[in-house]
Design a protein around this ligand. Structure first.
Ligand code: HEC
Length: 125
């Protein structure tokens, strides 16, 4: 019986350690996203953004957004402002220096939510 209790106590100790570790990690994650400011936006889904990017963008942009594509430039790190302006209106944010001077990219209106998802994907570490 004593053995059973000591094993039980050991088990409890171990699991409580695990809990502590995962809480620490949570804190780290929040810390990082706070530091990176807007890099991760709560509520947006980078997987949906990736799906959208694969469906609508990689005919011209590279499937790896850090590299230039067949026609379009690399788009990794694009701000939300750049994405919504370029995709929905075909213009660039004020004082933004476009990577290309061409105006070949067709408009493809997307909702604010979809832009947020794209943004999350294009700014994922
Ligand atoms: C038909 C080809 C094509 C498609 C499809 C396309 N793009 Fe583009 N994109 C371009 C080209 C070409 C440029 C360079 C500017 C221009 O000519 O309009 C560009 C420029 C951009 C820029 C500006 C880059 C910079 O910093 O100057 C962003 C951001 C962008 N595209 C995002 C997207 C996203 C996101 C999608 C999918 C929703 C997409 N594009 C779909 C061709 C395309």
């Amino acid at each position: 019986m004593l053995r059973f209790y000591s094993i039980l106590i050991l088990f409890l100790l171990l699991t409580s350690c695990d809990l502590n570790i995962s809480k620490e990690n949570d804190k780290d994650v929040i810390g990082v996203s706070e530091k990176k400011n807007e890099a991760l936006t709560l509520g947006s889904d980078h997987k949906k953004g990736q799906a959208l990017y694969s469906a609508k963008c990689i005919s011209c942009h590279n499937s790896n957004p850090k590299k230039p594509g067949s026609i379009g430039p690399q788009v990794y790190g694009s701000s939300k402002e750049l994405l919504s302006n370029k995709i929905n209106l075909g213009i660039y944010p004020k004082n933004y220096k476009p990577k290309r001077s061409t105006k070949m990219m067709p408009l493809q209106p997307h909702s604010v939510k979809e832009i947020a998802n794209l943004y999350a994907f294009l700014n994922a570490p």
